[in-house]
Ligand binder design. Structure first.
Ligand code: ZN
Length: 325
């Protein structure tokens, strides 16, 4: 199963903000892109952007996420935002489409326009697609449709031609993970780790693999994070600057992942996706604030290292804070 990507495509969201400001929103949009490109998350973000009670011009957070409208959209309870999707990826049948079309005929309840989000339109049956097509040909005022698809060839030409297409490209990290999987005998867990750890940079990913980072990161997790203090291992970490640097980078990425997991970021976006169970166990032992403190301490150690200062003592202090087992 491909994990749902909850990353919003900011570029597309900003495009919607400009369209709204110029009062040039079209009636229907088709979000096209591979699975996991964040199409659905972005469609929901568009609904929030257009309904937020406290919108902002900050390009990183165009909607507040906390007002009544934003919350209602998150919980699927906004009376003017309608979703059409099947739980198991099965066909979207005509009766589903009819319910939606009935809502479309009604005036918005409180929002300036009603929004209809139809996920994976490749799953529409032919009858359902034809019914939706009718609504595209004869748009009702004050309604906005956002359709998503990952296989554009499969969709009715007529549906496509009546929507403004917006293309989603997966992030550099996802693309690199795909390439690395092919390159390294189909091991997608290792490929994911290398791609995310190297921030999507192919050269760096290869370098890290050649340097044996995959084995080293498991060592850091098993012999430092999840075990009793071990002098021999500490010595190994501190033997030279490059080993120490790699150790700190892995430790930092682990704590960051734990923080992200704590705030509910999807597994798709974590670096250590191959160690999800360990991450869950680890983060459950700390509060958010404690994890932030650990994060700060590791960053501080990186600074000391850059200044060629000894990090043995801060390293022992942080080890004591790690509850192993
Ligand atoms: Zn809001």
């Amino acid at each position: 199963m491909i994990l749902e990507n909850t990353e919003i495509n900011e570029v597309i969201l900003q495009r919607f903000q400009r369209l709204q400001n110029k009062d040039r929103l079209a009636h229907a949009y088709l979000f096209v892109g591979p699975q996991g490109a964040g199409k659905y998350a972005t469609a929901i973000a568009v609904a929030k952007l257009l309904n937020c009670e406290a919108p902002s011009d900050d390009q990183e957070s165009l909607f507040c996420g906390t007002c009544l409208n934003c919350k209602k959209i998150d919980s699927g309870n906004h009376p003017d935002i309608h979703f059409l999707e099947t739980e198991d990826g099965g066909p979207l049948k005509i009766e589903h489409a009819r319910t939606l079309l009935n809502h479309m005929k009604m005036k918005p309840f409180s929002a300036p326009r009603k929004i209809f989000i139809i996920k994976d339109i490749e799953n529409l049956t032919k009858e359902a697609a034809n019914a939706i097509l009718k609504s595209l040909e004869e748009p009702t005022p004050n309604s906005l449709l956002i359709l998503t698809t990952s296989v554009i060839e499969k969709n009715l030409d007529t549906v496509r031609s009546r929507c403004h297409a917006m293309h989603f490209i997966t992030s550099a990290k996802t693309k690199l993970a795909d390439r690395l999987t092919k390159y390294y005998d189909g091991n997608s867990a290792d490929a994911h780790f290398l791609a995310y750890f190297s921030e999507g940079c192919m050269g760096k990913a290869k370098y890290l693999k050649d340097k044996g980072l995959l084995a080293k990161k498991d060592e850091v997790i098993d012999h430092f994070i999840f075990s009793q203090a071990d002098d021999r291992y500490t010595k190994k970490i501190l033997q030279d600057k490059e080993s120490t640097r790699q150790f700190l980078d892995v430790l930092l990425s682990w704590i960051r992942d734990s923080l992200l997991m704590k705030v509910g970021v999807s597994e798709f976006n974590l670096i250590h996706r191959d160690r999800i169970r360990d991450l869950k166990k680890f983060q459950s032992k700390y509060t958010f604030e404690e994890l932030c403190d650990l994060n700060k301490e590791v960053i501080q150690m990186s600074r000391l290292l850059s200044e060629n200062l000894n990090i043995k003592i801060p390293l022992m202090i942080i080890k004591e804070k790690l509850v192993y087992g």
